[in-house]
Design a protein around this ligand. Structure first.
Ligand SMILES: [Fe+2]
Length: 291
């Protein structure tokens, strides 16, 4: 049976059925999924119990895994719970216990509850992210997505002209500072040197323009910081208005795949005495957004 995709939201987001992604998939199915990504920007796959190896293998149908190293100060290699190629977005430490509310790793994770695009703080930002739900809390923990193509299309003409050639600076320092987490080590600050990204991106396949916003954006080249921050905040408010947002209520064994070049997302709260185990694979982007 061929892959089929039905819309889950009036603007974007599709649900894929007719495929078992724990097994190798054919080139036609991979092409249909990629075409679905170009159209919907977010795809939901239900009932896909995956091992880490299966998730990595499925991800590789769509490109190369992102292979940046996170500074060892955020989480030391010996504290990693999972193997290479897959990132741990759970609230568990390496012993499988819920992290202390005072754990610095937890502070970094809390920043993901701000609207962002994955790896926008890297010179070549990510293509797709794939998040697999292995343990789902009983309440909350939705992931929300915003369609940045629709957000761009809805800008008025003067704002479109204003944003067209703007370059922003993105860093983890800005997004952690936004939640009051400023206790970074000199090594972290050095590793989080801001990178430049265009504010308006053009999708390499569809040619659609989108706003490349993220909580990691903290400056606009040539602007004062207060003016830049206010403008970025205004644009983010515009881009995340309800009609452009889909809120994903997780079920066990969901896999959600999104295009970071066309969407922003954020995690929502859940009870901190409950386990949430979600695991992410990430595909590298093709090129910097700024020459
Ligand atoms: Fe994220």
């Amino acid at each position: 049976m061929p892959v089929s995709i039905r819309p889950l939201h009036p603007v974007f987001v599709g649900e894929v059925s007719g495929i078992d992604i724990s097994r190798p998939i054919g080139a036609l199915d991979a092409a249909a999924i990629e075409a679905g990504m170009d159209r919907y920007a977010v795809l939901v796959f239900r009932d896909q119990g995956l091992t880490d190896e299966q998730q990595i293998a499925f991800t590789r149908n769509f490109g190369e895994l992102e292979s940046y190293q996170t500074p060892g100060h955020v989480r030391k290699p010996e504290d990693h719970r999972l193997g290479p190629g897959i990132a741990d977005f759970s609230n568990l430490d390496r012993h499988g216990n819920i992290m202390s509310p005072e754990d610095r790793v937890w502070f970094f994770k809390l920043g993901d509850r701000l609207w962002h695009s994955d790896s926008s703080f890297r010179p070549v930002p990510a293509k797709y992210s794939l998040l697999s739900g292995r343990i789902i809390p009983s309440w909350g923990a939705n992931t929300e997505f915003a369609d940045m193509r629709a957000a761009y299309d809805a800008l008025d003409a003067p704002t479109k002209a204003e944003v067209e050639d703007l370059i922003c600076e993105h860093s983890l320092v800005y997004s952690r500072e936004a939640i009051g987490f400023t206790d970074l080590t000199p090594e972290e600050i050095a590793a989080f040197t801001p990178v430049r990204q265009r504010l308006v991106r053009t999708h390499p396949v569809t040619g659609r323009k989108s706003l490349f916003l993220s909580s990691h954006a903290g400056a606009i080249v040539g602007w004062t910081i207060p003016e830049a921050r206010m403008f970025l905040r205004d644009l983010t408010e515009h881009a995340t208005q309800r009609e452009f947002v889909y809120s994903h209520a997780w079920r066990l064994h969901d896999l959600v795949m999104w295009d970071n070049r066309a969407t922003m997302h954020r995690g929502r709260r859940f009870a901190r005495n409950e386990v949430r185990d979600v695991r992410r694979t990430t595909l590298a982007g093709h090129a910097p957004t700024v020459e």
